[in-house]
Design a protein around this ligand. Structure first.
Ligand code: SF4
Length: 329
């Protein structure tokens, strides 16, 4: 039996740009542009990149909260894009999302008990009495005192609200949780509490995670493997230690150079990237990173690099490592 839970193949998500009086399509924002990767059962796959690189859109397209423009998303061997609305509703129980801003994703007019019960109600699971019991269990599981179930989201701290969001996601017993920047809206002092909770839940329930973040230091704590995205494309994938110890892509090197080293005697030279991330509506030719890359050379301006297999599960899309035409999944 395959140990792969999710396989993303050539995923694209383009948003049309309309212009003129007739609002004709005059171009596309290529938010996700031919992204491929797989996630094993029980694994945490970190997805990293600057804001606007397409990592959140990738997560939402996998869940079909956005319809893919092209490509396949195989979940447990079934192409999610081919499912009818009804079949998708069933599958969605297995695929849940934890959002960045727990406050914005929780209805302020519902009590915490109602919020945690809601997904079970929507999916018609359990009797009302059983659901009440489940709410208490779930609150205890995520470290919230069930006596507070009649309170409203605004009466909780940011970290507690994220625990409510996690309890909602867990209520349907999912197999895969896509956590979209789950700690970036929270105070740094409670990052590790939420990350430790996610890790404990993973062990307890055998969960698989895609953990989206803009910060490589957050992803390091929790991931088994990491994929780095730039302007809608995957530029490097590697097991965590391999990526942090031997980054290959100049963009990954730059991101890593901004991560503080815990040992004050060790210093890392900070690579400051010039310019902003270009618009995905009009990406640069060749390697999209070339206008900002300190190592760019002529070929980079004209030819788009494909992911190359470097061995040991390490893939990189950069002409510096080009040997033969190969594309990794
Ligand atoms: Fe830099 Fe060229 Fe590699 Fe792109 S292909 S990352 S521009 S060296």
């Amino acid at each position: 039996m395959s140990d792969t839970l999710l396989e993303v193949q050539g995923l694209k998500k383009y948003f049309p740009i309309r212009g003129g009086i007739l609002r004709r399509v005059v171009g596309h924002v290529k938010a996700v542009d031919d992204v491929s990767f797989s996630v094993k059962k029980g694994e945490t796959f970190g997805l990293v990149g600057e804001s606007g690189c397409g990592k959140s859109t990738t997560g939402r397209t996998i869940l079909r909260l956005l319809e893919p423009t092209e490509g396949k998303v195989l979940f447990d061997g079934v192409d999610v894009a081919s499912l009818s609305t009804r079949q998708m509703q069933k599958t969605r129980r297995d695929l849940q999302m934890v959002f960045q801003d727990p406050f914005a994703s929780l209805n302020p007019q519902m009590t915490v008990g109602e919020l945690i019960e809601e997904p079970m109600k929507v999916h018609n699971l359990y009797s009302p009495e059983e659901r009440k019991k489940k709410v208490i269990e779930l609150m205890e599981t995520v470290g919230l005192d069930p006596v507070y179930q009649q309170r409203y989201p605004h009466e909780f701290s940011g970290g507690q609200r994220q625990r409510i969001g996690i309890a909602r996601a867990l209520s349907l017993k999912p197999k895969l949780i896509i956590a979209d920047e789950p700690v970036s809206a929270l105070d740094v002092s409670i990052h590790s509490q939420v990350l430790n909770l996610l890790q404990d839940l993973q062990k307890e329930f055998g969960l698989t995670y895609i953990f989206i973040a803009h910060d490589l230091s957050v992803v390091k704590h929790i991931s088994d493997r990491v994929g780095v995205m730039y302007l809608g494309r995957m530029v490097e994938i590697a097991p965590k230690n391999e990526l942090y110890n031997n980054p290959a892509h100049p963009y990954t090197e730059a991101l890593l150079s901004a991560v503080p080293i815990p040992n004050p005697r060790l210093k890392r030279e900070r690579i400051v990237l010039q310019g902003d991330v270009p618009s995905p509506a009009n990406p640069p030719s060749g390697c999209a990173f070339h206008p900002r890359c300190p190592k760019a050379f002529d070929r980079c301006k004209v030819e788009r690099p494909q992911l190359q297999d470097m061995g040991n599960g390490h893939y990189v899309a950069c002409h510096l490592f080009a040997n033969e035409e190969s594309k990794a999944v």
